[in-house]
Design a protein around this ligand. Sequence first.
Ligand code: TPP
Ligand code: MG
Length: 277
Amino acid sequence: MDFDKYLKLSNTIRKDILVMLKNAGSGHPGGSLSCVELIVALYFKFLKHDPKNPFLEDRDRLILSKGHACPTQYACLAEVGYFSKDELFTLRKICSRLQGHPGFKCSLPGIEVSTGSLGQGLSIGSGMALGYKLDKKSGNIYVLLGDGELQSGQIWEAILTASHYKLNNLCAIVDYNSLQIDGRVENIKNIMPIKEKFESFGWNTITIDGHKYKEIFDGYEKFIKNKDDNPSVIIAKTIKGKGVSFMEDNVDWHGKAPNARELEMAILEIDNSAIGL
Ligand SMILES: Cc1ncc(C[n+]2csc(CCOP(=O)(O)OP(=O)(O)O)c2C)c(N)n1
Ligand SMILES: [Mg+2]
């Protein structure tokens, strides 16, 4: 398969994220850039959705549990046609529908739930997946989690709940970039081995490189085609700040906006890159 279209989209979305953050003067570049390919593949290939009808019955849903990465989701939603790209530049402004974390009450088309307080998204996603089962709806629920976020106890309650209720319509995705707000996950509170932990709770596990479209596509297809009763998790190895050399794997870029000069350097790099190959 030719992934050219998706590689171009990666670059467009990365540039949008950085311009939005520079314009806002704050935000989270590292964790936004690490999940670009994972989110692009959903909105542009795998989600059953309709940008002109955001509340489509039986739609697939994405819950951005690591809500601070919303610039990536906003940029994808605009690019795929939920709202105008001009609105991206209202990020983090007073009265904007694009707040620094996704807000359901902002009525931005495509946002299913408010997130940003880490640890809650998988519980919400499990509830939605269970609701779909009870209503005999065919859609799937995807929940994007941070690796640092897996330190929250509530996540493990949700992991237990999802296998108990046989939520095979639920796909967790772990953006495993090895960094959290203040350092390396393994030094702050080690979560490894994640694969074995999920398996011991009765989940199917799929391990991929979260920047390679071939592996991402295979991972989502495996989840969609799965016929057993288990929920699935895609453990995606990623690089925080991916695509901008001075941000990559650098905890300093967890939560600050680039200045004009840094933005210029970043855009130049992205324009000259062919990541995801
Ligand atoms: C309950 C809660 N505690 C603290 C924070 C502040 N916070 C925002 S991002 C972050 C680090 C998250 O790390 P990780 O889940 O690994 O995300 P990523 O590396 O993808 O940015 C923290 C602690 C929060 N948003 N919610
Ligand atoms: Mg992380």
